[in-house]
Design a protein around this ligand. Structure first.
Ligand SMILES: Nc1ncnc2c1ncn2[C@@H]1O[C@H](COP(=O)(O)OP(=O)(O)O)[C@@H](O)[C@H]1O
Ligand SMILES: [Mg+2]
Length: 233
């Protein structure tokens, strides 16, 4: 399964939290048994809570689409995703946002949708890096736009990368299709984003691209649950 950057960093954080809890515990042991007993209880509780949380997270991760959708402040979720991906773009691009200031809450599973947006941002940064090199020349630009009408919310991720070559375009949503070197690309980002948006959220995912100019990926999510067709017509 693809290593998901958010999960990896969450795990790293927890590991850090675990080890600092442990060292705090052993430091306190030297200060007397009473403290040690209390600290052991605190440590046990923390580990129990982490265990329960990680089981729930893994269940949701391995069965996407099973948890309920909830109203999400999508602009805010995107801001967070931009910060989470900062290491991917900071040397090669600036990120600019053009958010709708009247965006209604978007009914979705936030973790899945932010993962899809994260994949688009990482792709945009890697596309720019392919032409901007180490970023010592002029930086590229990633522009993230949100807009909506009564029916849908739209998120667009535009980059000033090289564009997607014509012969590659029909294949980019295929699982495991990648044009990147081993270690950089797994070919799963767009396949996963497609599955999440189209199958998991009844939305749309598509792109526009122009050689030498850049690429824009669009995500459209319905603002209302689709009305089931009725036989009464
Ligand atoms: N913004 C983009 N600009 C140019 N090419 C892109 C862009 N996004 C995706 N691609 C192309 O689509 C392919 C598949 O993308 P993806 O599924 O995310 O896998 P990966 O990024 O691991 O290669 C990439 O290898 C690349 O060739
Ligand atoms: Mg990718």
């Amino acid at each position: 399964m693809a290593p998901i950057p958010e999960l990896i960093s969450a795990k790293a954080n927890v590991e850090r939290a675990d080890s600092s809890l442990c060292s705090a515990f052993f430091l306190r042991v030297s200060h007397g048994t009473e403290n040690a007993v209390r600290d052991a209880a605190v440590l046990a509780l923390a580990l129990l809570a982490w265990g329960a949380w990680s089981v729930k997270a893994m269940k949701e991760f391995s069965h996407p689409g099973t948890s309920e959708k909830a109203p999400v402040d999508i602009n805010r979720a995107i801001e967070t995703t931009i910060m989470v991906t900062r290491n991917e773009w900071k040397y090669v691009a600036e990120v600019v946002t053009q958010f709708s200031d009247a965006m209604p809450p978007v009914p979705c599973r936030q973790g899945e949708i932010t993962q899809a947006i994260l994949n688009l941002i990482v792709n945009a940064a890697q596309a720019i890096a392919a032409v901007a090199g180490d970023g010592s020349q002029q930086k590229g630009k990633i522009t993230i736009t949100t807009r909506h009408d009564g029916q849908f919310a739209e998120i667009a991720v535009h980059d000033t990368g090289p564009g997607i070559p014509r012969e590659v375009q029909p294949r980019i949503f295929e699982p495991f299709f990648t044009t990147k070197p081993v270690g950089k690309g797994t070919g799963q980002g767009l396949a996963l984003a497609y599955s999440t948006v189209v199958r998991g959220h009844e939305g749309r995912l598509w792109f526009e691209t122009e050689a030498g100019q850049g690429t824009t990926f669009y995500i459209r999510l319905p603002l209302q649950a689709p009305v089931a067709a009725t036989a009464s017509g």
